[in-house]
Design a protein around this ligand. Structure first.
Ligand code: HEM
Length: 435
């Protein structure tokens, strides 16, 4: 006889509340629920009752075996309101067709051609750092990743718009972040419409400009914007994909890089190894993709930062039918969440799960499939996973090649925005290296 998914006991809920208040972030409460209730538990808040699924078996169920009965689109979520018909919030054929169109510009073979734009964008931002200044890596990385995303995938230069549109980007990210709307759907969301109008004006403008440039041309564009226009999509549908990429493609990389700097700032030995790899690259020359790929320890550092602080710390779905997982039944209409954060810190699958140890991603320790899930998994895994990893390696390498860094504020906690961010930021003193 199948059972309903258990809810944590009142005692566990009290301990979760205490843990959350001590750590000042809700992930601490999830840790308590997981330890006390097991790999499936249901949270019972007024208006918000998701089932949390944890561990490789649960992840495989959500991402592969049960995926046909799980919808990505939940009409009640602000992300659907924002992205409308973006690939991230579509299901079925409509999703698959969009993904097929967008895949080629994010394919591994395209990455070699993006290195120069990635290097140039990084150079542009870090060249403004004054020797000895304190910079917030959360802010600086956002500038870099916005420039990289737009130059590579839209073939436009976002630099002239960076200052004007930086705040509207942040406002829209806030709009889709967890908040009171989860408990009370009618909560007023002020200020966001104006910011969205500013982004929309920009996106529709670059679509129109590119349409004009492509009219009568027989050149087949390889960038995503050009591909979407040539495929015959209308302006609204293209806008939805561009906004999806703009948000999903830079906010995640920003969080990843900011956490990487934080972790390296608190782990001097690992930092020295990343520095050594960066400084072995030829100064003043843009490394090619092979050299970037060969930054082995830097790659492990990125994977370990993604394990401890996954920018997307959960995947949310809506059960379209009654689901049967292990001994449990999950009724249709339930919000089902697979927790990347808890799975990647699961004591059954990771030694010293809370310890930062990049070496674990070397060949010596075998990892159970679906225990590392930072890019999701199955047919709808992250479309930009390869892009994001090359970008992160390249940015770290360039920064460490040119600067010595010192963390000036060590008290940082994870904040659940649209991504899991280091809060209140990652403030570092930057000293230019003279070689
Ligand atoms: C580097 C850090 C990144 C991380 C950690 C990350 C993480 C993820 C995760 C976990 C998912 C699956 C979510 C789920 O199962 O609910 C996902 C999907 C997605 N990501 Fe990423 N991502 C990153 C970078 C990027 C980049 C650079 C882009 C675009 C340029 C991108 C675009 C997307 C899109 C469009 C989807 C939805 C794919 C689909 O539904 O078919 N991501 N990402």
């Amino acid at each position: 006889m199948p059972n309903p998914v258990p809810t944590p006991s009142p005692q566990a809920s009290l301990r979760a509340l205490q843990a959350m208040l001590r750590a000042r972030h809700p992930l601490a409460a999830l840790d308590v629920f997981h330890a006390e209730t097991g790999d499936a538990f249901k949270i019972n808040l007024p208006g918000f009752q998701p089932v949390f699924m944890v561990g490789p078996e649960a992840a495989r169920f959500v991402l592969v075996e049960g995926r046909d009965e799980l919808r990505w689109r939940n009409a009640a979520d602000p992300v659907v309101d924002l992205l409308r018909h973006g690939v991230l919030v579509e299901d079925g054929e409509s999703h698959d067709e969009l993904r097929k169109l967008m895949n080629p510009s994010l394919h591994r073979r395209m990455l070699a051609g993006y290195v120069e734009a990635m290097w140039g964008a990084t150079d542009e931002i870090i060249s403004k750092w004054a020797d000895g200044a304190v910079v917030d890596m959360l802010v600086e990385m956002r500038k870099i990743t916005l420039l990289i995303l737009t130059r590579t995938l839209f073939a436009v230069d976002f630099a002239p718009e960076l200052e004007r549109l930086f705040q509207p980007v942040i406002d829209n990210i806030r709009y889709i972040s967890p908040g009171l709307w989860m408990l009370w759907r009618g909560v007023p969301r002020l200020g966001y419409r104006r910011s969205l109008a500013a982004l929309d004006e920009y996106l529709y403008r670059i679509i129109a400009e590119r349409r004009r440039a492509l009219t009568g041309s027989d050149v087949e564009p390889a960038d995503m914007l050009g591909v979407l226009i040539c495929a015959g999509l209308d302006d609204d549908l293209i806008r939805d994909q561009l906004l999806t990429m703009l948000i999903a493609g830079h906010d995640t990389s920003t969080a990843l890089l900011a956490w990487s700097f934080y972790l390296l700032g608190t782990h001097p030995e690992a930092c020295q190894r990343v520095q050594a790899e960066a400084r072995a690259l030829e100064p003043g020359t843009i490394p090619d993709i092979t050299k970037i790929n060969n930054l082995e320890y830097t790659g492990w550092t990125i994977k370990e930062a993604l394990r401890l602080y996954p920018p997307i710390h959960l995947g949310s779905r809506l059960a379209a039918a009654d689901l049967h997982f292990q001994d449990y039944v999950i009724p249709a209409g339930t919000r089902v969440v697979y927790s990347i954060y808890l799975t990647q810190r699961h004591p059954d699958f990771w030694d010293a799960p809370g310890t930062f140890r990049p070496e674990r991603h070397g060949t010596s320790e075998r990892q159970v499939p679906y225990s590392w899930l930072a890019f999701g998994g199955g047919p709808r895994n992250c479309i930009g996973g390869a892009f994001g990893q090359v970008e992160a390696k390249l940015v770290l390498a360039q920064v460490f090649q040119r600067f010595d860094l010192e963390l000036v504020e060590k008290h940082v906690r994870p904040h659940m925005g649209a991504t899991l961010e280091p809060h209140p930021g990652v403030r570092m003193k930057v000293r230019e290296r003279r070689s």
